[in-house]
Design a protein around this ligand. Structure first.
Ligand SMILES: Cc1cc2nc3c(=O)[nH]c(=O)nc-3n(C[C@H](O)[C@H](O)[C@H](O)COP(=O)(O)OP(=O)(O)OC[C@H]3O[C@@H](n4cnc5c(N)ncnc54)[C@H](O)[C@@H]3O)c2cc1C
Length: 451
């Protein structure tokens, strides 16, 4: 006789979705969460004037149907990201304002970017989402990094500067840190590049009124304190023919099955008895988290709107590659959100908050003019410094890892099942993918329990 049917490790979207489905199916569940809050990589914050801002994941695209359905079911509402007006691009000290699909690049560079995008998307079409390592050209695609492919396919410095900004914006990692197969898988998993980078019609189209952390908070409230235990970091998982023993800060809980709904890099830090197979252990050693510091700079008004600007900017010269309008729905103050990503994040992570703030304000001033030099507030979150996340947006695979270890990403090990945004075939790395992974793992467990 076990304490519960299933233990879920981690109260992010994946773990809570799984727990909810298991409970609806009549199973007893305990969710063990390391932090003193739920929601993991979704975190609510606020400006000094009380306006809520999200310090973690925030945008939802209209093709992200699982997270949208959950938002609606939980009684939350969305509003459109401000996306009216021109964008700006800064490259080699020249600021270009544009309202078309050129990304503010020179005509030749824009054509070349389009050519490479079409080639990458044609390659992405060949990738299997369920088992990327079995794709027809998997070995060839996994042998190369994104960086190597880009440099082999163009010598145009402006084009390379563009991709060197876009790739970290999507992965929080440098092109040299990513397997081409992983890049293509991720792109296809989201429905191609325009959807990934787009606002209207893309992954950045909608925001949740009050913040996305409320999704997990409402799921946890439904489950109740008896089920969701906070301040309960899991240290060890033992399994035998009778069940699992999950050791957390407050003691040991026994169950028939366990769902580990934390990123692979963190799952690899737990102790397992018996030890995990070499393939799974090897995977967790080779799936590091990305590097990101999310910053938000507030102003008395969204002054760029009056100048006909959307707030969207690409800075190919600076450390904040992408900037967007993140003002509240009523526009009662102006907020620009930006990200130090990949190498820039690792560098800026060694600075003081004051130095990061000054660097961010200086870049925003170059992009949006002198009014950007007078912020009323600055908030940031360094996700590399979070003990129970260790980097964002998610885990990534370098060259060779998908083909050597990919099968171990979501394949259960005995009574241990794996969930989390990193395991999703659709919208991998996103909130939508996290929800899908929770359903997949819960269904897997129910099938085992029912057989
Ligand atoms: C800055 C930033 C921006 C992002 N932007 C977006 C966006 O705009 N749109 C989007 O869709 N996604 C975005 N994401 C990604 C998105 O937030 C994640 O994909 C999603 O929230 C992951 O959910 P999860 O449940 O898989 O993992 P997590 O949210 O990481 O949940 C895992 C949980 O497990 C807990 N945990 C860890 N270790 C242990 C342990 N040993 N024992 C017990 N519990 C443990 C953690 O505390 C956490 O609560 C962003 C992420 C960040 C950080």
């Amino acid at each position: 006789m076990t304490d519960v049917d299933v233990v879920v490790v981690g109260a992010g979207l994946a773990g809570l979705t799984a727990a909810r489905q298991l409970r609806s199916a009549g199973r007893t569940v305990r969710v063990l969460e390391a932090r003193n809050r739920v929601a993991g990589r979704n975190l609510g914050g606020a400006l000094a004037n009380g306006v809520p801002v999200e310090l973690g994941g925030q945008w939802i695209g209209t093709t992200q149907t699982e997270i949208l359905a959950l938002v609606a079911e939980l009684g939350l509402t969305t509003f459109p990201t401000y996306d009216t007006g021109d964008a700006v691009t800064l490259y080699r000290g020249t600021r270009t304002r544009y309202g078309d699909a050129s990304f503010g690049l020179s005509e030749t560079a824009a054509v070349e970017v389009g050519r490479l995008q079409a080639e990458l998307e044609a390659l992405a079409e060949t990738v299997s989402l369920s088992t990327p390592w079995t794709s027809p050209a998997a070995a060839e695609l996994d042998r190369r990094t994104v960086d190597e492919w880009l440099r082999a396919n163009t010598g145009d410095a402006e084009v390379l500067a563009f991709w060197d900004a876009v790739v970290p914006a999507l992965f929080s990692a440098q092109p040299a840190e990513l397997s081409l197969l992983h890049f293509l898988f991720y792109v296809k998993s989201a429905g191609m590049l325009d959807i990934l980078v787009g606002v209207t019609g893309g992954a950045q189209e909608l925001r949740v009124v009050g913040g996305t952390h409320q999704i997990s908070e409402r799921l946890a409230a439904e489950l109740g304190d008896e089920i969701v235990a906070l301040d309960a970091p899991v240290h060890a998982i033992a399994q035998d023919t009778h069940g699992v023993r999950v050791t957390c800060a407050s003691g040991v809980i026994t169950a028939e099955r366990v769902i580990v709904a934390i990123p692979p890099a963190l799952a690899g830090r737990l102790r397992y008895d018996p030890a995990l197979p070499a393939s799974r252990d090897g995977l967790t050693q080779q799936m590091p988290m990305g590097s990101v510091i999310k910053i938000q700079v507030a102003y008395p008004t969204p002054f760029w709107r009056a100048a006909g600007l959307s707030g969207f900017a690409f800075n190919l010269d600076g450390a904040l590659s992408v900037t967007m309008d993140n003002s509240p729905p009523d526009g009662s103050c102006g907020v620009l959100v930006g990200f130090f990503e990949g190498a820039h994040a690792r560098n800026a992570g060694t600075w003081s908050v004051e130095k990061r703030r000054a660097a961010a304000v200086s870049e925003l001033t170059e992009l949006f003019g002198p009014a950007a030099a007078e912020p009323i507030d600055y908030v940031e979150r360094d996700w590399m410094a979070e003990e129970y996340t260790r980097g964002c947006y998610g885990g990534r695979l370098g060259a060779g890892v998908w083909t050597q270890y990919g099968a171990a990403l979501s394949e259960p090990v005995g009574r241990i099942h794996w969930a989390g945004a990193e395991t999703a075939a659709i919208w991998n790395g996103y909130m939508d993918g996290a929800v899908r992974s929770g359903h997949r793992a819960a269904t897997e467990v129910l099938t085992c329990l029912d057989s």
